[in-house]
Design a protein around this ligand. Structure first.
Ligand code: PFF
Length: 448
């Protein structure tokens, strides 16, 4: 571990930090929503297959690039390049990922701000301040800017402290809280009327939908977003892992945690919707589909919490704190991408780089807030539907076609001497060279 640039102090530190990046609003909101609108368990099945067969190998490519380069995304990719054009290409891919992370953070921060404002609402009611409670859940520019600023402040606060004292320490604090809250909420919701109907809807697959192209596209997009691919984030996290660690296993563990938490979130959200229905709340849209998107999180669920009386205040508070924590462990990883670049390539002090970049991203968020209807969707689509798959595909191409094979194999072997007898060793280099880029390209083209 390069002491000068910092690194994770332990295996658990890396696992929780990378899982923290992976587990975010995408898992707790995106995954259940997509499941609801794509045929329930059919989507879950396809998602599991794609997460392990396509997203995991691409995820390993990004971790491997970073661990090999021991530097930010651009420098790491350039270390793998030998010719001048390859170095330019490395710059494009690495910097493209950093831009992508920046764009994602600029809209993610706004949504995370809403989660925090909805957590303040039950709290304000508890302490007898109904006007505040009302204000924090009413759409408005001031509210949006204020809560985005608060969320960005927390993100900057953690990243200024660096890898071990910032990312690792806070991931170790927040991730166990997140899991505990999630499990407690599931247990509670399962005791309520209507939950079993929700379970049925979640776990009974409509198999006729499994091969629908739209479902495949949504599931792959969800898997890539969830593993934070194509954003330089996993490259930089990979660069903070010691050469003594077994990367293949670590990557698989993080993928497993990510997928499991998405699955658990489905166990919370979908049954909650049916509990709301049992209490008389409308949960189906006019076309017969389960309500998803913002109205699910900001209307149906809060109505459900309200109907629970006093305990609903605590449940609502816990739910939105859960969302906020999930968002925070992801946002810190997004900020680390550009910060590590500024620190390592332009010799800017970490604290200054973090504050400066955090502020620029906050200004971008403000611009989005001022043009919410048009820009939120636009930036989200640009970064997640175009940016992420393209950059992730280019990373696979880099590993498969530009990196020397002997060096790839040497990197896989670091911290994992017995790997030569494993399936990963036999399949992964070839798979990343041919299957991943083609499959990603096919899905991407279809989505257009
Ligand atoms: N993986 C995060 C989620 O599921 O919410 C989102 C994310 C984090 C995307 C970090 C991109 C990124 F660089």
């Amino acid at each position: 571990m390069a002491a000068a640039r910092g690194g994770f102090s332990s295996r658990l530190g890396f696992i929780l930090a990378a899982a923290g990046s992976a587990v975010g609003l995408g898992n707790i909101w995106g995954f259940p929503t997509q499941t609801a609108s794509n045929g329930g368990a059919a989507f879950v099945l396809v998602y599991l297959v794609l997460a392990f067969c396509l997203a995991y190998p691409a995820f390993m490519a990004e971790l491997m690039i970073g661990r090999y380069g021991q530097a930010n995304a651009v420098t790491s990719l350039q270390k793998m390049s030998r010719q001048a054009w390859q170095k330019k290409f490395a710059f494009m891919v690495g910097f493209g990922g950093i831009i992508c992370a920046t764009l994602i953070l600029s809209f993610y921060g706004i949504i995370a701000g809403w989660m925090m404002s909805y957590a303040v609402e039950p709290f304000a009611k508890m302490i007898g301040m109904p006007p505040v409670a009302e204000w924090v859940i009413t759409q408005g520019i001031t509210r949006n800017v204020l809560f985005t600023a608060l969320f960005m402040f927390l993100t900057v606060f953690i990243i200024r402290r660096g890898v071990e004292d910032g990312i690792e320490k806070w991931s170790k604090r927040l991730m166990p809280m997140l899991i505990a809250l999630l499990v407690l909420l599931i247990i509670y919701v399962m005791t309520l009327d209507g939950a079993s109907d929700g379970l049925d809807a979640y776990l009974n697959p409509d198999l006729s939908k499994v091969f629908e192209p739209d479902l495949l596209v949504s599931a792959l997009g969800q898997a890539f977003f969830s593993l934070s691919l194509g954003t330089s984030v996993m490259v930089i996290y990979g660069s903070y892992i010691s050469k003594k660690e077994n990367l293949v296993t670590l990557g698989a563990q993080v993928t497993l945690i990510d997928v499991s938490i998405a699955f658990l979130a489905g166990l919370l959200i979908i049954p909650s919707m049916y509990v709301a229905q049992a209490q008389g709340v409308a949960i189906f849209a006019a076309d017969g589909s389960l309500i998803s998107g913002p109205s699910m999180v900001f209307s149906v669920l809060p109505t459900l919490f309200e109907g629970m009386g006093a305990i609903g205040l605590f449940v609502g508070f816990a739910f939105f704190i859960l969302m906020s924590i999930a968002a925070l462990t992801s946002s810190i990883s997004m900020l680390e991408g550009p910060v590590s670049y500024a620190v390592e390539r332009h010799d800017i002090e970490r604290t200054k780089a973090t504050t400066g970049i955090g502020f620029i991203i906050f200004l971008m968020s403000t611009l989005i807030v001022l043009n919410l209807d048009f820009m939120l969707d636009f930036v989200a689509t640009l970064a997640t539907e175009y940016g992420q798959p393209i950059i992730a595909m280019l990373c696979c191409i880099f590993v498969g076609w530009i990196w020397q094979r002997s060096e790839i194999l040497a990197e896989i072997k670091q911290g994992n001497e017995q790997v030569e007898s494993s399936l990963f060793w036999k399949i992964w280099p070839w798979y990343t060279k041919f299957v991943c880029p083609v499959a990603i390209a096919m899905v991407f083209i279809h989505s257009l």
